[in-house]
Write a protein that binds this ligand. Structure first.
Ligand code: COA
Length: 248
């Protein structure tokens, strides 16, 4: 069963993460499905804006930790996550995120690639990489300090501090806090507003604002190299096993 639902309506592609029983944790197949949908939006003339949301009460608990353990044993990532990261870092189309509940790991780091981010008062953001024996991904080692300054980025990336929606607004990676029952309708209304603007202006604006793409891809590659080593550390394997065992 696919855990990613894609709906296209009035030039807006709405990608929903739907794996509620596992807090929307991303498997490699899910990364691949989102990457494919985003890439397809480039080719399709009828899509002008992408929106990604989770389920009510949960955006995503980040990468599936059982998959992390598998990658650690194999010594390699799946191809889906790499495709997802590259797609995110090179996406021309506007991307809106609608976040309710936890947005952990990639749930937080993807915000730094999105164009507009709306969150409910119940949204929480965390990048507990160091707690898992891991290191930053998705170019967050560059984009987070650039957006929020070193001290706050370090607080999240190394100390693993959880940010509320208000903290995230203050830090500059959430645009606005929207009540949960209006999150999707608000995000769709903004997507519709954007979609009415001249497409060439939108594409060129994003290209100008995201002019450091080549560098972002280089940062991602470097991060993957370090992250892969960290994944295989005893500390990481112990952290994964302890999370998985505790939940049993
Ligand atoms: N990978 C795999 N499974 C996950 C998961 C993840 N990242 N996050 C949650 N789950 C699973 C749990 O194992 C549990 O499965 P089970 O019902 O089969 O035991 C189910 O989702 C519900 O999670 P649970 O922890 O019971 O929910 P909660 O409401 O108490 O806590 C979170 C929610 C998101 C705070 C907590 O699940 C969590 O911290 N998850 C891990 C986040 C993380 O470190 N991600 C990696 C970032 S790099």
């Amino acid at each position: 069963m696919s855990h990613i639902t894609v709906t296209i309506s009035e030039t807006i592609q709405h990608i929903q993460i739907q794996r509620a029983d596992k807090m929307n944790a991303f498997t490699d197949e899910m990364y691949q499905s989102v990457a494919t949908a985003l890439k397809n939006s480039h080719k399709a003339n009828d899509i002008k804006v992408n929106l990604i949301s989770g389920v009510p009460g949960c955006f995503t608990a980040g990468n599936d930790i059982a998959d992390f353990l598998t990658y650690a044993k194999k010594g390699a990532f799946g191809s889906g996550i790499i495709d997802f990261l590259t797609t995110l870092g090179t996406l021309d189309m506007p991307l809106i995120l609608a976040i309710d509940g936890p947005a952990i790991g990639i749930g937080t780091t993807m915000t730094f690639h999105a164009d507009l981010i709306y969150a409910t008062p119940e949204a929480t953001f965390a990048t507990p990489f160091a707690d898992l024996g891991l290191t930053p991904e998705a170019a967050s080692s560059y984009l987070m300090p650039k957006t929020m300054g070193h001290a706050r980025a370090y607080e999240m990336l190394a100390l693993g501090e959880k940010y509320s929606a208000e903290d995230a607004c203050r830090a500059g990676f959430v645009n606005k806090i929207i009540p949960a029952d209006q999150l999707i309708s608000h995000s769709l209304a903004i997507a519709k507003k954007l979609s009415k603007k001249p497409e060439s202006s939108l594409l060129a604006t994003k290209q100008l604002l995201k002019s450091e793409r080549e560098y972002i891809l280089t940062v991602m590659e470097k991060e993957v190299e370090i992250f892969s080593k960290q994944l295989q550390s005893e500390e990481a394997k112990t952290a994964f096993s302890s999370f998985l065992n505790k939940t049993k």
